[in-house]
Design a protein around this ligand. Structure first.
Ligand code: ISE
Length: 333
């Protein structure tokens, strides 16, 4: 029997997840869809043969829905995740788990109370073959112990965003991947403002975040969400004996008119398509076995939101901030 997934929210990411679950992931089908925009929901439901719901809470409780994928607007995540926990259903929630630290804490407490892991958070880079190889290079000792991590995160254009969105929407991926790669927490953060790009209007864009990890690794993250030329994510891990970095993902280089060129995608979907597919496959495979592999937990979701909130304070105050986390509940140790 395939896992019957209900999808809450079919904007850009929900539509992409529904497509991958229906056509690229084995052992799953999309059985139910809800979106505040019922016309959009109907279009996606038609494409994957799913039933249409006009109430998200009814979808969550439906007997023919085994698991729930949440890709609705960020401020609905907490309510929907808590409903899934009450219904005892596995849930994959797009990042952020909640934009609000206390919302994340309530989810962590509710799941800890069940003493069973049902929540995964969509930090898909953990499933990207490139990042997986970076982690391997650290684990197998080939580059020696980590010293520094250089990260770059550029979007083609994200006009009209508040400056905090560079951190909560974009750099939050580097926050998660740095802790996951290094296997240790981030303990302090400073944010430097660059001269803002003209097309960024009133947004502080670009900026540079500098973190220290508990073991003294220095992590710098350039975020530039109006970089104009395309979507690009870079990462280089510097170790005692060597370095390892992500390569440009397109499989071809075009040589013509005196130039050698690689295409740059316009957003993150083509860049991370394989990561999304592997994330969904790992989630679906783990639902019956309670095996969660490399997927981010509710605790990881809480830490990402807490570190992002602290980084936003560093941006707004212009002062370095120490990062204090709550005690890790037993379920996540
Ligand atoms: C977007 O919301 C995402 O989550 C993408 O993965 C990220 O790279 C992009 O910067 C965000 O705007």
């Amino acid at each position: 029997m395939p896992v019957r997934v209900g999808v809450l929210g079919v904007g850009v990411m929900g539509t992409e997840h529904a497509r991958l679950l229906s056509h690229a992931v084995s052992g799953s089908e999309v059985s139910a869809i809800f979106d505040v925009d019922q016309r959009r929901a109907a279009r996606v439901a038609d494409g994957c043969g799913a039933r249409l719901f006009d109430d998200p809470m009814v979808l969550v409780k439906d007997h023919d829905v085994d698991a729930v994928l949440i890709a609705s607007s960020d401020n609905t995540h907490e309510e929907y995740v808590l409903a899934c926990l009450s219904a005892g259903k596995a849930v994959l929630c797009e990042k952020p788990l909640s934009p609000d630290v206390e919302g994340c804490v309530r989810i962590v407490q509710a799941e800890s109370g069940l003493d069973r892991r049902l929540v995964s958070v969509g930090f898909m880079r953990r499933c990207d073959p490139g990042y997986v190889d970076l982690k391997l290079a650290l684990k197998d000792g080939s580059i020696g112990a980590a010293l520094m991590l250089h990260c770059t995160h550029r979007n083609a254009v994200s006009a009209g965003q508040p400056s905090s969105a560079l951190i909560s929407g974009s750099a939050v991926h580097e926050i998660d991947i740095a802790r996951w790669l290094l296997g240790e927490e981030l303990v302090s953060v400073t944010v430097h403002r660059a001269r803002p790009a003209e097309r960024a209007g009133n947004t502080q864009d670009p900026m540079l975040l500098v973190f220290s990890s508990a073991g003294g690794v220095l992590i710098d993250v350039e975020v530039f969400i109006n970089a104009d030329y395309g979507y690009e994510v870079r990462c280089e891990l510097v170790g005692e004996r060597g370095t390892v970095s992500l390569d440009a993902p397109p499989p071809t280089v075009r040589r013509t008119a005196g130039q050698a060129a690689r295409a740059v995608p316009s957003d993150w979907r083509p860049r991370f398509e394989e990561a999304y597919r592997r994330e969904l496959q790992a989630w679906v495979d783990g639902i019956d076995s309670d095996e969660h592999g490399q997927l981010a937990s509710a605790w990881d979701g809480y830490v990402a939101t807490e570190v992002a909130a602290c980084s936003i304070r560093a941006l707004e105050s212009g002062q370095p901030q120490q990062i204090e986390l709550r005690d890790t509940p037993a379920l996540y140790r």
